[in-house]
Ligand binder design. Structure first.
Ligand code: CAA
Length: 241
């Protein structure tokens, strides 16, 4: 029987590409989203999948969303914690609200979702957790103290959970995309973005599909021995051991 995958933030950007790739691989896909109903509707129709609107920063809302997904599609076997936002500002201008929103949506969300599927994965002795971090969680980024902290937090969380899940057939890995051609990156001021592209040895932004194929691999049975890993997909913009 085909497995069920939940992709948070799964109707736009990198998340949408992940949803599409997982559909093509034969998974039952639940794509979560927070606010953009029009994009979610378009995604649901184009991919023929169910979309679920809930706030990943809200533990109880996640619980209700997961209950509905499990009712519709069965227990969640693969979680891809992809939902995230930016609230960029130099630290001397960053408000508590800008800090808190990013920590809640980009990091605490991974707790809210993973914690509520974890017991089921342990019981079934199989699971995949894939946390979508960022190059900026690895190297830090001017104007992103909040985002870099949240994305670095996902790497630490994955490394700890990988050890806890290992005996139960659950792998936990992090994918660190570089600058990918999505609305989030296109929102970076043009002059700044030009400089960023110039610093990517491959000479271009990444494609969302290039992140999705990594996720599909990590979700597969072939990747059973890869756990606690940080997979860097950034066109050699930041090379780390
Ligand atoms: N390094 C060093 N100095 C920098 C800098 C950098 N990267 N960026 C800006 N500065 C300097 C400016 O030159 C300026 O210096 P002066 O005051 O001496 O002139 C100072 O910082 C303040 O700059 P601004 O007045 O432009 O400040 P701002 O408040 O308008 O905006 C910013 C600053 C928000 C950080 C803006 O530069 C920006 O958006 N940068 C892009 C940040 C970025 O890369 N975000 C990634 C988004 S995509 C993403 O996050 C996806 C992913 O995972 C990769």
């Amino acid at each position: 029987m085909s497995k069920t995958v939940l992709v948070t933030g799964g109707t736009r950007g990198i998340g949408r590409a992940i949803s599409e790739t997982m559909v093509k691989k034969g998974y039952k896909v639940a794509a979560n989203y927070a606010g953009n109903d029009a994009a979610a509707k378009e995604c649901a129709e184009a991919l023929g999948i169910n979309v679920y609107k809930f706030d990943v920063a809200d533990y109880d809302a996640v619980g209700a969303g997961l209950a509905q997904i499990e009712k519709d599609l069965g227990p969640v076997d693969v979680v891809i914690n992809n939902a995230g936002v930016t609230r960029d500002a130099p630290f001397h201008k960053m408000s508590l609200d800008q800090w808190q929103q990013v920590i809640d949506i980009d990091l605490t969300s991974a707790f809210n979702v993973t914690r509520q599927v974890w017991d089921g994965m342990r019981e079934r002795n199989w699971g995949r957790v894939i946390n979508i971090s960022s190059i900026n969680g690895q190297k830090g980024q001017f104007g992103q103290a909040n985002y870099s902290a949240a994305k670095a937090g996902l790497i630490g969380m994955s490394k700890a959970l990988a050890q806890e899940g290992a005996k139960k057939g659950i792998t936990v890995n992090t994918v660190c995309p570089g600058y990918i051609d999505t609305e989030m990156v296109q929102a970076v001021p043009e002059k700044v973005l030009e400089g960023i592209i110039a610093s990517i040895p491959v000479g271009r932004l990444g494609k969302a599909e290039e992140i999705a194929s990594m996720c599909a691999y990590l979700a597969s049975d072939e990747a059973a021995f890869i756990t606690g890993a940080t997979m860097t997909v950034n066109g050699a913009q930041y090379i780390t051991g």
